[in-house]
Design a protein around this ligand. Structure first.
Ligand code: HMG
Ligand code: MG
Length: 302
């Protein structure tokens, strides 16, 4: 496989946005710092959404301000509208992510508008970002299925991905929000979207609800995709996607890429330390198989 794989660590945002008990700002800052210490270069640290919609992400401004001092690292935040953009700018954000859906049902549930309305809402955000020199990433959710509408056609995903690309997003992340995809479907999807948006600018954001995420990523890597979103420990889920569990675990991705001889720059033991710290804070063992295996090995060696 040619060209380095880039990992976008989304644990502090996607991983923690669905926790029953919100995780404190201090703990979120410590988590991000531990991820950076493990070698994560790009970390999504929070969102500037309505605190009524997602109270878990309140204080994202404080998280961003506290961590954004590492040269060569990028810290991303979600922004759904101009109000969120104002707040992100006030906190010093340099990379934001807007998020749309490939299905109408999820668009309505998640951001309370149609797909077309969401794209119109992003237009002034993208225009202001361009003027401010702020990079914008675009998400498309429900790319391999929707909890409300069921099957989602690749053409529907491609339309939204293309619209985000045309508006100026530097990268479009394809979200299997409810983790229902399988490798052949993931491969077909990437092929279809790459006809409209360059493969080098596509990211794979696969939740692992049905245990298929690693296989789907491998299929995507074979197609030429090179950007992977993952969450330390396999944390997370979306509050508006019933039944969805966490993203593919960063440990599992790094272990697989290490095995493929693909450098990630992430140190597995230090990543595990970051995961164990956040797991202790939320009172749950990591769902990552690699984290569980390494923790069991460490216990056996004691
Ligand atoms: P709305 O109710 O249609 O918005 O929500 P509104 O403009 O009518 O405003 C309603 C209230 O929210 C007002 O406050 C606004 O000021 C406030 P009130 O007058 O009632 O006191 N408000 C805001 N407050 C703070 N920051 C803002 C903001 N905007 C409005 N930016 C809205 C629309 C989009 C705001 C809402 O639905 C929302 O915040 N949704 C966020 C949902 C979310 O964060 N979901 C999880 C992230 S997406 C995800 O996880 C998927 C992903 O991982 C990819 C994948 O897996 O597929 C990215
Ligand atoms: Mg997600």
């Amino acid at each position: 496989m040619s060209e380095a794989v880039r990992i976008v660590e989304v644990g502090p945002r996607d991983g923690l946005q669905n926790e029953k008990t919100p995780v404190s700002v201090e703990t979120r800052i410590a988590f991000v710092e531990a991820l950076v210490a493990a070698g994560c270069r790009t970390v999504e640290v929070g969102s500037f959404v309505s605190p009524k919609a997602v109270p878990q992400m309140a204080g994202s401004d404080a998280v961003l301000r506290a961590v954004d001092h590492h040269p060569g690292r990028e810290f991303h935040v979600l922004v759904p509208n101009e109000k969120g953009y104002d707040a992100a700018m006030a906190a010093g954000a340099r990379v934001i992510a807007v998020f749309a859906s490939a299905s109408e049902g999820f668009s309505r549930a998640n951001i309370n508008c149609t797909i077309a309305e969401s794209l119109e809402r992003f237009r002034p955000v993208l225009a202001r970002a361009r003027a401010d020199g702020v990079k914008v990433r675009g998400y498309v959710s429900c790319v391999l299925g929707c909890p409300f509408d069921g099957e989602v056609a690749p053409a529907a995903v491609t339309r939204v991905a293309r619209a985000l690309w045309d508006q100026g997003c530097y990268e479009v992340s394809l979200g299997d929000t409810i983790g229902v995809g399988t490798p052949v479907k993931a491969r077909r999807l990437l092929r279809a979207v790459a006809a409209e948006v360059p493969m080098a600018s596509l990211a794979m954001h696969f939740h692992d609800t049905y245990g298929q995420a690693l296989a789907n990523l491998y299929a995507g890597l074979e197609e030429g995709a090179r950007v992977i979103d993952s969450a330390a420990g396999g944390l997370g889920g979306c509050p508006y996607a019933p039944g969805a569990t966490g993203n593919v675990a960063t440990e599992d991705v790094v272990y697989m890429l290490d095995g493929l001889g693909e450098p990630t720059g992430i140190d597995l033991p230090r990543l595990l330390a970051a995961t164990n710290t956040i797991s202790a804070a939320i009172g749950r063992a990591p769902v990552s198989r690699v984290a569980a295996a390494l923790n069991a090995k460490a216990r056996a060696a004691r």
